[in-house]
Ligand binder design. Structure first.
Ligand SMILES: [Zn+2]
Length: 80
């Protein structure tokens, strides 16, 4: 079970133009990042996976991943 939702945290940071803000922006990879391999925008998405525990209940696990043309097919089909 995989569902993907877009993250928009980068939007507000883009308005801050100080050097420190720009540096933090690049380190966190939030906002627009262009992949050097496929030359398309790398989007940060929240991935939600469900794991079945020993008690036979589904436990959701959340993780953030970067997605671009290099890996979007695998991620969208749930292979990653
Ligand atoms: Zn890529």
């Amino acid at each position: 079970m995989v569902s993907i939702s877009k993250e928009s945290k980068g939007e507000k940071m883009a308005k801050v133009r100080s050097f420190a803000a720009k540096l933090a922006h690049e380190i966190s990879t939030e906002g627009k990042v262009i992949c050097p391999k496929c030359n398309t925008e790398v989007k940060k998405v929240k991935l939600v996976r469900s794991f079945k525990s020993k008690a036979n209940t589904w436990t959701p696990k959340y993780e953030f991943i970067s997605i671009c043309k290099c890996n979007e097919k695998e991620i969208m089909s749930g292979k990653v």
